[in-house]
Design a protein around this ligand. Structure first.
Ligand code: ADP
Ligand code: MG
Length: 360
């Protein structure tokens, strides 16, 4: 359906895309993962015709997409992180504008189609509202419906849920799930759970190159490249280094919140995780530095917190030695498993499993 061959794109002499190739069949969904600056957005923008690669070719159903053959880009819809709706037009007008202006569809016909598309994304009742009267999840669903109005053969999504809270994310994911059966999709996302569920194939990008391609079973569960493994472990875990007692607490809390969001855990769960972290840090010596790792189980609502610090004889979580009884009893109440062990290499490890019910 789409064939990308050896495309290269540079900005100021630096390659944002370096010899990127992939193929995707009709009604297949491909996800693109990779860290910031790896070229994911540039790749989608080249496919959408918002940028033009210096080398290589992009074909849809055998027809090359080029600046000269710009009509081909009408078959492609693109959804952005920040919706890009026209704020001064109502929802209906946002949807009908392009079909009327670009495809020459009559106003009546465009409106009929718009109602159908709005129905499809669950917003049949919202046609006369303005973008600022909608929630973020509703705005993103309008943006998707607006793309569908152009009858695209290919939908491109650039981090469609990364500006959204867990509820809005779930709404948008629901729409993407339905679309999977009907249309070819390329999705850039950091949500590994979405990738796992929706992707037929995945590419992992690094420094403008495709570092690894594969099915979810291969790429997520048995990655071949060390770079892919390290990216995935970073995505699954939140790793935070605390250098000393003056560390940046608001930043740590923000990281915990992002992490909880990524797994669709609500604000209650976030406050709970934050509380456990606060109490455990209150019991530990911070001045020699420690590493805090938050991980979430793939299959259930379970989170654990692992802390590594340089070894000391003292048992920080022993009732007789703990420096704060209240913090310790809070932790005992908030965690199902509490372990304090010493490694052979002389480091102390603390493992906590957070109470499952409180994460729901
Ligand atoms: P990603 O979406 O994976 O975070 P991008 O495709 O946005 O990465 O960016 C890839 C590289 O290209 C980055 O180094 C970025 O700074 C650079 N880049 C992207 N767009 C532009 C632009 N319009 N002008 C200059 N450099 C850009
Ligand atoms: Mg990007």
């Amino acid at each position: 359906m789409i064939e990308v061959k050896h495309i290269t794109k540079s900005y100021n002499g630096k390659k944002a895309l370096d010899n990127v190739s992939f193929c995707l069949g009709k009604n297949e969904t491909m996800c693109i993962i990779g860290s910031m600056g790896s070229g994911k957005s540039t790749l989608l923008r080249c496919i959408a015709g918002l940028e033009h690669p210096e080398e290589g070719s992009i074909c849809i159903d055998g027809c090359p997409l080029t600046q000269k053959n710009a009509g081909g880009y009408n078959y492609i819809g693109m959804v952005f992180q920040d919706f890009n709706l026209f704020p001064h037009f109502n929802v209906l007008h946002n949807l009908t504008l392009a079909p009327i202006k670009v495809l020459g569809v009559s106003e009546k016909e465009a409106e009929e189609q718009a109602y159908q598309q709005l129905q499809k994304v669950g917003l049949g009742e919202k046609a006369f509202l303005f973008p600022n009267e909608l929630s973020a999840g509703q705005k993103q669903r309008v943006a998707i419906a607006r793309c569908l109005m152009m009858k695209p053969r290919l939908m491109l999504f650039d981090e469609p849920t990364s500006a959204l809270d867990p509820i809005a994310t779930a709404e948008v994911m629901d729409v993407m799930r339905k679309l999977k059966k009907e249309i070819t999709q390329v999705i850039i996302t950091h949500k590994i759970s979405l990738v796992n569920e929706i992707a037929d194939s995945i590419i992992f990008m690094q420094n403008g190159k495709v570092c690894e391609k594969g099915s979810p079973a291969d790429l997520l569960y048995a990655p071949k490249q060390a770079a892919t493994r390290s990216f995935l472990s970073y995505q699954k875990n939140m790793i935070y280094r605390i250098e000393n007692a003056q560390f940046d607490r608001p930043e740590l809390n923000a990281r915990i919140e992002c992490y909880c969001n990524r797994f669709g855990l609500g604000s209650q769960a976030f406050h709970f995780v934050q509380l456990v972290v606060e109490e455990i840090l209150n019991l530990l010596p911070l001045d020699n530095g420690l590493d805090l790792v938050l991980s979430k189980s793939d299959t259930e609502v379970r989170m654990s917190l692992n802390i590594t610090l340089s070894f000391e004889e003292k048992m920080y979580l022993d009732p007789l030695q703990a420096k704060d009884d209240l913090s310790l009893s809070l932790i005992e109440g908030l965690c199902d498993v509490i372990q304090e062990t010493t490694n052979e290499d002389g480091r102390k490890l603390i493992h906590l499993e957070l109470n499952k019910e409180r994460l729901l």
